[in-house]
Design a protein around this ligand. Structure first.
Ligand SMILES: Nc1ncnc2c1ncn2[C@@H]1O[C@H](COP(=O)(O)OP(=O)(O)OP(=O)(O)O)[C@@H](O)[C@H]1O
Length: 221
């Protein structure tokens, strides 16, 4: 589903990714981990074509990230994203749904808002939402697109334990998706991921979660 081969990336002569290889198979939920500055965001931005690369290849759902076609197969939730504060949860969903299709599927919007436990608050302007509710609404927007591949940049960053738990429950329920998510939290990786891609000094090693935990017995990354 996601195949990265011999990918290099850097900034002004500084190498961040050094001929990295990584394959994420269908329905795997792979955590992308590494210390601050290891290059997780650089990798995600390169995969998505936000940062162009000269060396190596990235294939998403069978399509090169240099073609346009891959965009139908992938949705991405950045760590920081913008929704419209004066609109309600439901109106935000409609706005972003309209970017994808001409005919908005109202039932699908309600179904997804239920799934992220926002159905009762859907008619409230989101400037009254908590951080956790906003994060769940962000997830709801990308779930509407219903792509096979989902890329999440630190989806629980800045949330309290209850907010984190709610987000993890939703991600865990996405058993038919292929997920790459950056994370600093060992406990959440243990709960919801099948694999770990460990980015260290420009290289990536992929492990099963159990093998990774055995090698790295620490609480935070
Ligand atoms: N636009 C940029 N210009 C120059 N250097 C950059 C740029 N963006 C990132 N870097 C550098 O590239 C390296 C990797 O940064 P990156 O943000 O990808 O790491 P990260 O693993 O996502 O870090 P964090 O866990 O702190 O979010 C760091 O040394 C960073 O300073």
């Amino acid at each position: 589903m996601i195949e990265i081969k011999e990918l290099s990336q850097g900034y002004q002569g500084k190498k961040v990714l050094d001929q990295v290889n990584l394959t994420i198979e269908k329905n795997e939920r792979c955590a992308l981990v590494g210390r601050n500055g290891a290059g997780k965001s650089t990798l995600i931005h390169t995969i998505l074509g936000i940062l162009p690369h000269k060396r190596g290849t990235v294939t998403l759902g069978g399509y090169s990230n240099k073609q346009q076609t891959w965009k139908k197969h992938v949705s991405y939730l950045p760590e920081k994203f913008h929704l419209y504060p004066h609109l309600t949860g439901e109106e935000n969903m409609r706005f972003f749904a309209a970017l994808d299709t001409k005919k908005i599927d109202e039932n699908k919007i309600i179904e997804i808002l239920k799934m992220v436990s926002l159905a009762d608050d859907r008619k409230q302007p989101i400037n009254g939402y908590s951080k956790g509710m906003l994060q769940r609404l962000g997830l709801a927007v990308i779930l509407y697109y219903d792509t096979e591949i989902i890329i999440l940049d630190e989806p629980t960053s800045g949330l309290d334990p209850i907010g984190r738990k709610e987000i993890l429950k939703i991600i865990h329920s996405l058993q038919d998706k292929t997920i790459l998510m950056s994370s600093h939290y060992i406990d959440e990786i243990k709960q919801i991921c099948t694999h770990v891609a460990f980015l260290n000094q420009g290289k990536i090693e992929k492990y099963t979660v159990d093998a990774f935990l055995e090698m790295h017995k620490m609480e935070e990354l």
